[in-house]
Design a binder for this molecule. Structure first.
Ligand code: ATP
Ligand code: MG
Length: 419
């Protein structure tokens, strides 16, 4: 991080030498003051995008509408944005237009919270017109300016207040809190993509207390879900980490046995929140395994799990069992066994050790064999293979070609009687 800060300092000096004002702003200054590791570094300057391109010809225009350029130095990327204040808002969504401003104070005034409205120059001097440094010391999230006005301008700030509260373990200042509850429906008007990004971060950081403190109305406006907030039952969220695993838990809790189609309902949930296909597939795999485990912990690797295992790996299997166990604890209201993690890992290791097959491909016969020598067709082949998979896994049959073929021949009439 030191090297990155040196690199950004050099950049600020370069801009200063060229006659421009330039400052670090936003999350980087906040995190520096909190002694937290810094995420992305944003710079604000009175240089216009074309000035910037003149100074840094390799810079990439990354946010044309906002006049944002990405400058890369020694492999570190910095977002440089020209001072701006935002034009009038339509329907609490995006600003209608952006006007370039030559005033740092105006740039800071459009920022969401006092702790995010601090600028720092290359000498390490802070510009803190909203007393953000005191709020950092108080561990308080406070809106810049009139809270209701700010939340009506952009409803996403409501989600961001809760997200920062979870991330930094800060409380929300009373007037700010009152205003965001008042304006909750503004959050629902924000695009799902923006709401989702904040939800992902909130889910990543939320503790049991954060779950308990999220008002039902904000939860519904944020996620677009009409289900009770109890799907965020406190104690079991603290057992599971990572937003994908927590999304899996949410999906399980929402359905809570109400559906025998865990995959479909998970895909529906995640697509309603605009998560990507990749995220959807991973979460669905976790949910399918977890709900099958909840129905009955298997004694060998179920055929249904094998393709999922190929997708998410052994570590994914352990994650799914963790999720299932967390759900079990939540339902039973029992105090959790402190060794539950180690036990789940051992269970998965044992399960794999007791499973002679990891997929249909491990069988000593193939669908081709069944087609040629047993004269089975389409669906019958699938049924025969899964029957073989079960029997070999249970130790009823040995995984030898001759034995498997004999077995299928003896059942041929039954298999063909199906249709
Ligand atoms: P993180 O560490 O998660 O990146 P951050 O504070 O940097 O936190 P960003 O979303 O990267 O958050 O935004 C950078 C800065 O831009 C913020 O610190 C804030 O000053 C400003 N900002 C971002 N979103 C908004 C918003 N919706 N309304 C007003 N200001 C905003
Ligand atoms: Mg940031």
């Amino acid at each position: 991080d030191d090297e990155r800060l040196q690199s950004v300092k050099k950049l600020l000096q370069q801009l200063r030498k060229a006659g421009f004002k330039a400052y670090i702003v936003g999350g980087a200054v906040r995190d520096l003051l909190l002694n937290r590791s810094i995420n992305d570094i944003d710079l604000t300057t009175d240089a216009t995008p074309s000035d910037l391109l003149g100074l840094f010809p390799d810079a990439k225009l990354t946010g044309i509408a906002h006049g944002t350029l990405t400058v890369v130095d020694k492999g570190y990327a910095f977002e440089v944005t020209t001072f701006r204040t935002e034009g009038p808002y339509r329907d609490g969504r995006r600003p209608a237009f952006v006007t370039f401003e030559t005033d740092l104070m105006k740039d800071l005034s459009r920022r969401d919270f006092t702790m995010n409205a601090i600028a720092m120059d290359e000498e390490g001097i802070f510009y803190d017109p909203y007393d953000g440094i005191s709020d950092l010391a108080r561990k308080e999230i406070r809106a810049v300016g009139e809270p209701e006005l700010r939340f009506r301008e952009d409803g996403l700030r409501i989600a961001r207040a809760y997200r920062f509260s979870a991330m930094l373990n800060f409380t929300i200042a009373p007037e700010t809190k009152q205003a965001l509850q008042h304006c909750a429906t503004k959050l629902g008007q924000v695009s799902m993509e923006r709401r989702r990004d904040e939800w992902t971060k909130w889910l990543t950081y939320a503790s049991a207390t954060d779950c308990a403190n999220l008002p039902q109305q904000i939860f519904s406006q944020w996620t677009g879900l009409t289900v009770p907030k109890t799907v965020l039952q406190c104690k079991f969220y603290s057992m599971i980490h990572g937003y994908l695993d927590r999304l899996a838990l949410m999906s399980l809790a929402i359905n809570n046995n109400a559906t025998d189609k865990p995959e479909e309902s998970t895909v529906q949930l995640l697509s309603s929140m605009k998560y990507s296909r990749k995220e959807m597939r991973e979460v669905a795999a976790l949910v399918v395994i977890a709900s099958s485990y909840l129905r009955e912990p298997p004694s060998f690797l179920p055929l249904q799990w094998t393709s999922l295992l190929a997708q998410i790996g052994e570590s994914g299997l352990i994650r799914a069992v963790h999720i299932a166990k967390a759900m079990q604890f939540a339902r039973s209201q029992e105090p959790w066994n402190v060794n539950w993690r180690i036990e789940s890992e051992r269970e998965v290791t044992d399960l794999l050790a007791h499973s002679p097959l990891r997929s249909l491909h491990d069988l000593a016969v193939t669908g081709e064999d069944l087609l040629k020598s047993c004269n089975l067709r389409g669906k019958e082949i699938g049924a025969a293979l899964s029957l073989l998979y079960e029997n070999v896994s249970q130790g009823v049959l040995r995984n030898e070609r001759a034995e498997l073929m004999r077995y299928i021949h003896s059942l041929k009439h039954l298999l063909q009687g199906g249709d």
